[in-house]
Design a protein around this ligand. Structure first.
Ligand code: PEP
Ligand code: MG
Length: 756
């Protein structure tokens, strides 16, 4: 390369000149014009241009040195169009010695650019959003090197910060907008139902960098080192906090920490950016921007996860450098907080004032994530897996969260806001109606009685028993207290916990399910298997039978806690009768132990099983002879029946629980249980949806256990239905070759005035 390249010293000088320029007077346009002039001169380029994003994903030429001035504010390229559009679309730099021969080149005659052969462009990025493109061009077939690309990226970042801080675009150019200012409707995954409207609060707000350009790189390197050290000790302290709990989070932090120790490249890149003239915090952010841009390119989930770890780490490091805090730590929140985060632990959520919290939107998250469980317990609407929500939303923007339909609307228009207000009012009116149903019996018009129960997993869930009028806890998922500890809880602390559940439940029955860990529910103190399909791997009863002390201690604690009261206990993921028999034998051993020590027995012990693995259905006669009750876990049962991941957004809606296949399967179970008089419950998600619940009642299910919010709607449906008529109709459809019977059943129900 023959042209003068920008060494670290040169880059620093250039950044300093840019900063002085920005700090000076003049309109935004004048300063932009000077900016391109300085960059062109410094980079020995004949052309330097700045394109900025306009609403509608259009890049507009805002300033140029070297191209024709008449093209300014005229030349426009759609994102993806031409080389400039390509840089914006992929948020990545491009350097071409012969730009015009590139298939993406789009010729814009008004610019007069045909005489410039080489081009180097970089995205102007801020917070993962592309604000524009900065490009230089040369007449010769110039090969730009890595260092020059880096230098241009650093300049683009300084421009982005200046653009955002408004010092670049004073009035009247303040009209500049980024694409993201239009209303946007984003889809995600339902983590909790409910409708809410509020203002965006970034759980980890973007750190404000007050100074971008540094005079003394050595001092900045020192600041970086000190911050890295502070971060190390903070992470160590976090890991040492036994009470902090939350397995997944711990593990993630630990892994990030380890990876960080190995990732010298990351620190190295930050060091280079400091050498180029940035302050330590600007350098971290510069590398963050790269990471974010890389994340957009990567589809491999493992790599994405690693990159997002790096991003988290960068955020931590930034906070150590600037002293900024998270939104919860900072306080002073609006009255209608909609939290936006990449991911979040339950403890972090509980840091917020519940009265102000309207909804939560995450970039990640799954229905079984702890934070989702806590949000459900608190009744906070929540949508997960909303792509790039952190980058798309800005603090304090209005946002609507529709948990039921898993939709988020950013910057909603007046009309949309009104429509949602109406929906929120209608929902509140419905809730009021369900409250009125609380003390009425759960009985259909033709006298079919059902037991409606709730699922629980947190102590807080028990508070829903009275207000919903549910008759008991049909499924108590015991794993959560195990997951929020850093060591296996001993028998005594388990006893305390189960006693507390009994106390809070009052006279209502509670069905305890033994530990269902494994899969995505990890215990920090138990080495888990790295199964290719964790849902079908070493989990639940499979772990319990291989590590019997875990199950025995849990059963021991349950027996002690239930002294004098009936104990209902069931096992998750039983696949054959032998497994059930083995698990039941462990309970018997504990009962013997109790007797040998002369300790009080529960008033009754009923041992049942979840039915969530299809193989068990072909052993129903043998099972029903041995089990005191059966509870169908339709979430897992359906995922295994259809070989369809229950968490997959792509597959959601592909197979229907109201298909002939699924309903025949369930009918077989109901018939067998009824014939032998064994109590049968269904405790998966389908029990809580009125149409699905109607089908279940029609097939003969009489006990349904569901999320607390569903009790009202299901009772309302039941009280308006003639179950005998629905049963006759539904049974007559089971032989049909249809994909789903949903439409027919819904029409039948509507015609008969059943409340759905
Ligand atoms: C089920 O699988 O339907 C069930 C109730 O259990 P979980 O959702 O806890 O797996
Ligand atoms: Mg299950």
């Amino acid at each position: 390369m023959s042209q003068a390249s920008l060494g670290p010293g040169g880059a620093r000088r250039l950044l300093k000149r840019l900063r002085d320029l920005m700090a000076g007077g003049g309109t935004g346009q004048e300063r932009l014009n000077q900016t391109v002039r300085i960059i062109a001169a410094d980079m020995v380029a004949e052309v330097c241009s700045i394109y900025l994003m306009r609403p509608g994903e259009v890049l507009e030429l805002f300033a140029t040195q070297g191209l024709k001035q008449e093209a300014v504010h005229k030349t426009r390229l759609a994102v993806g169009e031409g080389l400039i559009g390509d840089i914006a679309a992929h948020a990545r730099p491009l350097a071409l010695a012969d730009a015009q021969s590139n298939p993406n080149f789009a010729y814009k005659p008004e610019t007069g650019e045909e005489i410039f052969h080489s081009l180097m462009g970089v995205p102007i990025l801020r917070g993962g959003r592309v604000l524009g493109v900065l490009a230089v061009q040369n007449r010769s077939f110039r090969e730009y090197d890595e260092e020059e690309i880096e230098a241009l990226q650093t300049i683009a970042m300084v421009l982005a910060e200046l653009a955002a801080s408004d010092s670049l675009f004073g009035p009247p150019e303040a009209a500049l907008e980024t694409v993201a200012l239009l209303p946007e409707r984003l889809e995600g995954l339902k983590l909790n139902e409910g409708l809410a409207m509020g203002r965006v609060v970034m759980h980890q707000p973007r750190v404000t960098i007050r100074q971008m350009v540094a005079e003394d790189p050595a001092r900045e390197r020192g600041r970086l080192e000190a911050a890295v050290e502070r971060m190390h000790s903070a992470i160590d302290a976090l890991l040492a906090r036994a009470d902090l709990g939350h397995a997944g989070e711990h593990r993630e932090i630990l892994e990030t920490y380890r990876m960080f120790a190995e990732d010298r490249g990351w620190l190295g890149r930050i060091g280079e950016a400091i050498n180029a003239g940035l302050t330590a915090e600007a350098a971290v952010q510069r590398v963050q921007d790269d990471t974010r841009a890389r994340m957009q390119q990567v589809s491999d989930p493992y790599l994405r996860e690693r990159l997002s770890d790096l991003e988290d780490l960068g955020n931590r490091l930034l906070r150590h450098l600037t002293g900024d805090r998270t939104a919860a730590q900072a306080g002073a929140l609006p009255d209608d907080v909609v939290l936006v985060a990449r991911s979040m632990g339950p403890a972090e959520l509980l840091d917020y004032d519940r009265r102000r919290l309207r909804a939560i939107v995450l970039e990640e998250g799954s229905p079984t994530a702890h934070v989702a469980i806590v949000a459900r317990a608190l009744g906070i609407p929540m949508v997960g897996r909303v792509k790039d929500i952190q980058a798309r939303a800005a603090p304090d923007e209005r946002i609507i969260v529709d948990g039921e339909n898993a939709i988020v609307v950013l910057r909603p228009s007046e009309e949309v806001r009104e429509a949602f207000q109406a929906a929120i009012r209608a929902r509140a009116a419905r809730q009021a109606k369900y409250v009125a149903l609380r003390d009425l019996p759960a009985v259909s018009r033709d006298g079919v009685q059902a037991e409606l129960m709730i699922n629980a997993g947190l102590l807080i869930d028990l508070d829903h028993l009275a207000p919903t009028g549910a008759v008991g806890i049909g499924l108590y998922r015991t794993e959560i207290p195990f997951m929020v500890r850093s060591a296996f809880p001993d028998v005594a602390s388990q006893v305390d916990f189960y006693r507390e559940i009994y106390t809070r439940a009052g006279d209502a029955p509670v069905v305890f399910r033994t530990l269902d860990v494994g899969g995505d529910k990890r215990l920090p103190y138990l080495e888990m298997a790295d199964d290719e399909n964790p849902a079908m791997g070493w989990r639940a009863i499979r772990i319990a039978l291989d590590r019997p002390m875990m199950l025995r201690q849990q059963v021991r604690a349950l027996l002690l806690a239930s002294a004098g009261r009936p104990l209902d206990v069931m096992f998750p993921m039983i696949a054959d009768v032998a497994e059930f028999a083995a698990a039941r034998a462990l309970v018997d051993r504990e009962l013997d132990r109790l007797a040998a020590r002369g300790l009080a027995r529960p008033a009754a012990v009923r041992v049942g099983t979840m039915l969530e693995v299809p193989s068990l259905v072909w052993q129903l006669p043998a099972l029903l002879e041995r089990a005191d009750f059966v509870s169908v876990g339709s979430n897992d049962l359906m995922q295994f029946l259809f070989a369809c991941d229950r968490g997959s957004t792509r597959l959601a809606g592909r197979y229907d629980v109201l298909s002939p296949a699924a309903l025949c399967f369930l009918a077989g179970i109901a018939d067998a249980a009824a014939a032998r008089g064994v109590p049968l419950t269904l405790c998966g998600e389908m029990a809580g949806r009125p149409l699905e619940a109607l089908a279940l009642l029609a097939l003969g299910f009489r006990r349904l256990s569901m999320a607390p919010n569903s009790v009202g709607p299901v009772k309302d449906m039941l009280r308006s239905a003639d179950i005998g008529a629905v049963a006759a109709y539904l049974r007559s459809l089971l032989h049909l070759p249809d994909r789903s019977l949903r439409g027919r059943l819904a029409a039948f129900a509507r015609d008969r005035g059943i409340a759905l």
